[in-house]
Design a protein. Sequence first.
Length: 500
Amino acid sequence: MNIKAIIANGLAYGKVIKAHKHSSNHDIYSSNDEEEHKLVDKAIEKAYSDLESLKRDNRDDEELIKVQQMLVKDPLLYGEVIKLINEKHFTAHSALEAVFDDYIKRFNEARTTYLQERALDMEDVKRRVMLNLDDNEAINVEGEFILVTDNLYPSYLMTYDKQIIGVIALNGGYTSHSAILCKAREIPYVLVDDIEPLIGNVLIDTRKNIINEDPKQKDIDEYIKLKIDRESFEINDFRSFGVHIFANVTSNSDLYKVLKYNMDGVGLYRTELIFMNLDRPMSYEEQNKIYTEACDMMQDRNICFRTFDIGDDKQLSYIKTFHKGIDNYKNNPEVFETQIKALINANRYGNMKIMFPMIETNEEFQFLKDWVLRIKRELNNDMPLQIGMMLETKMAVENIETFDSCDFMSLGTNDLTKELYNISREETLNYRVFIKDLINTLRKVVEVLKEKGIGLSICGELASVKPVVRRLYRVGLKNFSVSAASARALNDALLSELEE
Ligand code: PEP
Ligand code: MG
């Protein structure tokens, strides 16, 4: 079977497991009302029985739990959900969400405190029911497998962390967070036109652009040989050209590749992806343990943590999310402060950098920098710490001259190209449409920052697209940060550019 698009390169051989075919968190409409009814019923029943067990274990909270059970089984609420599915063909997810949100809003606007307080219960019930919807996506399988699915959601990759060795999907995009996770974990992720015929053991081979549905022993032997070869890959040393290669990581388990490939350090640690493993805020202790381990592993290299960057396809169930980092932080100061404290106390070697996402103005940057420095002072911490920002918004690029207190910037082309050229994150690999203009813009940015003495690196996915890498290098970008799976592509691009 031919591959329609390669999202993450690689080879994988193993059994095919299909994700259940039903509506997803991201779909609004479904073509199968009956399936959606079943999902609603299951999610509600499960929420009810979970509350029942909770009641047995928490006698003190019995009354409260009873109220929640009543809300879960409220016939009016249920009727409205079913109506949305029948009449508007909503998915279980979108129908439940719409109805719950409407109830929460009405409770919040109610005149009596009693009813206003029910809004909180309703939110809790909503969370409980919605989580059960996701549980329905459970795949029962042991050992490693190649996931075959309509859409790849980050939750699959998190739930089946060690098991998924390859992904074949109908839909998907290059810079989605699922793509980023696959690249970080070196899991090949490809798109095809039809997933129905895939059964048994298959071999994904992105070099040949095929899915071999009937691999022979010689194909499997070749796969094993290439796998061993891939394991022994090391990055070339480009330091004499002033070029440094860093890694984009999403968890501490990605860090061993930095050492194995002999990369210069971590250019982007997407901390929100560790947050997304939990449906509650991560404690100071939990975070500090992770960051300390990461800094220890990277002691002789720099490690740049990006404060949690949520919005779009990265949501946290326990806070209301905004598009921009600063809005998320200002509205959830305790979550931000816990992260910053955990980071600062983990900086035992002075090799840490902290950067903020989606900054638009110098004032926003200064506000967050001051906030971090205040926490650092309160902790009596005097370790060196560089504080910088992602350069990934149109506004920041347009006002690049105004930034003056940044230690460094990291170019986020995934968001930037979306803002500059109005194309979705998924389409950024159609770079031919905008690359000329982008390079011209970057030429000016590099010049301005050079004059200000602010270092610039790039951590967006364009840093691993061969023809783009050469052009980036030629306008003066020397620090590249890519996921492990893209390290080879970047290495090859730099070799051909620098060896000429
Ligand atoms: C970017 O926008 O280019 C980037 C690196 O950040 P993320 O992909 O996590 O939004
Ligand atoms: Mg971004």
